[in-house]
Ligand binder design. Sequence first.
Ligand code: UGA
Length: 441
Amino acid sequence: MNLTTPTISVIGTGYLGATHAACLAELGFRVVGVDRDRDKIARLAAGEAPFSEPGLDDLLRRHTASGRLRFTTAIRVAAEHADVHFLCVGTPQSAAGPEADLAGLWAAVRDLGRHLTRDCLVVGKSTVPVGTAAAMAAELGRIVPPRISANVAWNPEFLREGHGVQDTLHPDRLVFGVDSPSAELTLRLLYERPIAAGVPVHVTDLATAELAKSAANGFLATKVSFVNAMAEISERAGADVVALADILGDDPRIGRSFLDAGIGFGGGCLPKDIRALAARAAALGASSAPALLHAVDEANARARSRVADLALELCPGAGARVAVLGAAFKPRSDDVRDSPALDIARRVHRAGAEVRVYDPEASLNARAVAPELTYVASLETALRGAELVLHLTEWPEFAAMDPRWAARLVRWPVIIDGRNRIDSGRWAAAGWTVHSVGRPR
Ligand code: UGA
């Protein structure tokens, strides 16, 4: 292994892997990215991100042009190229149950292990059930060619979609799960000079590192469900959940972030990660975590249903025209995986409403999973003639909208603000009936 500037491979080039590969190239490493998906690899090799992630296109363009960053579908190329392999393969929820589907990850590990021609460190970054790293180390021990050593480390990633480049280059902490001094040394070499100055580095065992990622997402999900449970009480008691969150958030032990009530969490991570953590906990015979996490999941489902039910109550009859603002699971993203916004739009459509969806970036992806909805290219077209407006993804342009302008376009000025981002006083003054989540009208 080259201990001055190790060569890198990144296996799996989704949000996590593509961003990680591009950022490591930015830091000066020679990187090869690998994925089974030919289209994705072709786009990445052409310097183009296959999804929307601010700043990523620029890094890809510059580093594919310089030759420092390459992409391939052949894992053999990675096996021959790299001293350090980062595993960034997706671990979606399995089709049959709540647990994580690790088929892609295991296929990548076995494929890599069989093709190795040099000593290396295999570093897991994917979110996995605790215990996976140890199983992987044992499997690699069985399959790598004789006289080649492949150590395993776990280095979970906490990046948020839409902030991936920033979060990778400026993380709030680094976690090195290792079982040998040489693995720790390699990770320090990779991160310490360019990234880790002033950033806490937690060196720990493999299991703690794996669990840290699932637990972080579990805790964030719990905060969101907690505040949504408080929103429901607030509505019934005439309290204001936004003021409540501000009061709670001033307590440094609680913190204000992830206390925005609304239609709940979605995306490709939080929902599937809490289910996988609950399933893994149950398999290990730990009973508190499954009970807690199921309650979090249920409260999240309820946050969506409460807004969908209210929308149906407010629909003025069959065929009502409903404008849906937002389809992405969160703003600054074109990702619609497990999107609460899209889920609510589909339910309202199924109940007979005529739904027009506008999202600045996610319409293409939304159409692929919910082709029954009508997607429009502008906010104005969505609003024109609407009898009910649902604000479901908090894109800045929605909160910035002039309510008087919007009132002139719609048939009935009634809005459900599923994200509590509309200035309800201003909208009410412009003639709107505003329904927020957990706030008095
Ligand atoms: C999440 C974590 O925040 C990252 O740290 C983690 O690395 C990532 O999952 C992952 O496992 O890869 P992400 O899925 O990009 O990141 O999205 P978040 O910004 O965490 O938002 C998740 C969901 O929670 C969104 O639907 C958002 O609208 C919702 N949310 C968030 C709320 O409803 N209320 C809040 O106060 C905060």
